[in-house]
Structure formats: structure tokens, C-alpha cells
Design a protein around this ligand. Structure first.
Ligand code: GLU
Length: 276
């Protein structure tokens, strides 16, 4: 078994991150497997070396260990580019110059708002047949062509067998962005290629990413990559029941550390008793 924790170095780690990392680490340990850390820093405008250093520090303090050096997405842009080119050569991508506002305005029933899928608003298809120049544009997936190749997609998620039909992917996910204009890739494309490159067998992450899994499995099918098993865990919420956001420094691990908490206290706070 190979698990991973894949944070973005854009803010402090909070209790929700600790829960994810500890769950993935424990799962690997219990089966004699390997736990990996991966730094998801494709968003160069928001990623900071000091947040990356803080991630290493907090995770070591929690008692986690992982092989070094770690994989960093910012060092893999060529891999993402090559995959994008392959999908392009298969006729599965197109360039899109729409802004968020263009998308909202082009939606067929603006009074009802734009329907939203796991990757944001369902793209109304404005640039689909426009033959835009790819330079400086975002690259989208032709979802209808993609599902014509894959058919319904099936995967294991949190102990269940899931099947998602082609129609649902077209209507409820749509033509997702595979490469943002400012990044040359996207979370979805990178995470699929990285999990494959690291031979991850089990993806452990929060339920907030559950809906993205259909996209990840679809991309795996298109690129001939076998799917890991997915485990989506409960989210750690604050006293008001709100999901913890990275900006919520009040629940940052280092706030607890500075207040004298020990790693066992953090485990207890997120409901993990092993090692406590
Ligand atoms: N980098 C993502 C995040 O910080 C997690 C990616 C994943 O676990 O698939 O939320």
C-alpha cells in the first residue's frame, strides 16, 4: 500500500489537514506500506516557500515520516504539458478564452444562475467550435468526446463501487479546464499524473474532494492509467459546524502547538486515538 498527503503550500496546516495526513500515514503503517508527502504548488501566485517549510515542520512534529526528496508539482510542468499534448493529439481538447464573466453571461438561463459541477460552473461551450489559438488560452476537455471513448466510469470509493454514466458526466461535469491559462495545468490533471507517477494505491482525502474523483477516474481511463482506491474521510468542522478553511488560523496546528498541545492531543481532537 502506498498513500500520500498532498497539501498546497498556500497557508498554515489546520486540524483538517492533520486528520488527513494522520489517516493516510496510519493506513500505510498498519499495512506495512509507504506514506508519501507531495507538495501541490502549481498555483505559483499563492504558494510560498515558508508555508512549505511550515508543512514539513508541522508534519514532523506530529510524528509523521516520509521518503525524501518529496515530489513538487512545480518541478513537473513538462510532464503535465506532455500529457496535455497527448490528449490534444487524441482530439480531446480545445482552447478557451472565456472569462468567468463570459461564462456566466453565456449560460442559457442566467436568471437561474449557472449550474455548478465539481469543477465550477458547467461550461456553456462558447469556444468549443471556435478554433481559438492555444497561446495564452485555457485548455478544456471535450467531455462528449471523452465519454464516447470511456463509456460509464467505475471506481471504488470509501468502500462502495461507484458507476457514473456518460450522460451525467456531460451534463453535470461538462468541459472541465485541463490547463489554466496562468498555470499550464490544473489540479485534476496534475493530481492524476502524480498519483500514477508515485504508484499511489490508496488516495486518502476529505469528502470535499469526493465529487472530483469522477473527473480523476475519467482522466485515468483516457490516459490508460489504473485507478487507485479512494477513501474520502469526514471533514473536521469548527464549533459552529463550518468546514475549516486554510485561512482559519484559529485552528492552525501551530496555534495549538504554541498553546502547548502535544501530538497526542491533536490526534484526540480529530478523533484518532492511536498513539495517544
Ligand atoms: N492539494 C489538494 C489540497 O490541498 C489535495 C489534493 C488531493 O488530496 O487530491 O486540498
Amino acid at each position: 500500500m502506498r498513500t500520500r498527503f498532498a497539501p498546497s503550500p498556500t497557508g498554515p496546516l489546520h486540524l483538517g489537514h492533520a486528520f488527513s495526513a494522520l489517516t493516510a500515514f496510519d493506513m500505510a503503517q498498519e499495512s506495512g506500506g509507504t506514506f508519501l508527502l507531495r507538495i501541490e504548488d502549481i498555483d505559483l501566485s499563492r504558494s510560498r516557500p515558508e508555508w512549505e517549510a511550515a508543512i514539513f515542520d508541522d508534519l514532523s512534529w506530529l510524528g509523521l515520516d516520509w521518503p525524501r526528496p518529496v515530489m513538487r508539482q512545480s518541478e513537473r510542468l513538462g510532464v503535465y504539458r506532455a500529457a496535455l499534448d497527448r490528449l490534444g493529439a487524441m482530439g480531446l481538447t480545445y482552447a478557451c478564452t472565456c472569462t468567468r464573466r463570459d461564462i456566466a453571461e453565456a449560460a442559457s438561463a442566467p436568471q437561474e444562475g449557472v449550474a455548478t459541477g465539481p469543477d465550477g460552473p458547467i461550461y456553456p461551450g462558447t469556444c468549443k467550435t471556435a478554433g481559438r489559438d492555444a497561446a495564452g488560452a485555457a485548455i478544456r476537455l471535450h467531455m462528449d468526446r471523452a465519454v464516447a471513448r470511456t463509456g460509464p466510469i467505475r471506481f471504488h470509493d470509501t468502500g462502495r463501487d461507484i458507476e457514473i454514466g456518460a450522460d451525467r458526466l456531460v451534463q453535470e461535469v461538462g468541459d472541465i479546464v485541463l490547463a489554466r491559462r496562468d498555470m499550464g495545468t490544473s489540479y485534476h490533471l496534475s493530481v492524476v499524473l502524480d498519483d500514477a507517477a508515485q504508484d499511489i494505491t490508496d488516495v486518502v482525502r476529505g469528502r470535499d474532494l469526493q465529487d472530483a474523483t469522477a473527473i480523476h477516474v475519467l482522466l485515468q481511463r483516457l490516459m490508460g492509467i489504473s485507478s487507485p482506491v479512494y477513501h474520502h474521510h469526514r471533514l473536521i468542522r469548527d464549533a459552529q459546524g463550518k468546514r475549516l478553511a486554510k485561512r482559519n488560523d484559529a485552528r492552525a496546528l501551530r496555534t495549538y502547538r504554541e498553546a502547548g498541545a502535544r501530538p497526542a492531543d491533536i490526534r484526540a481532537m480529530v478523533g484518532l486515538t492511536r498513539g495517544a
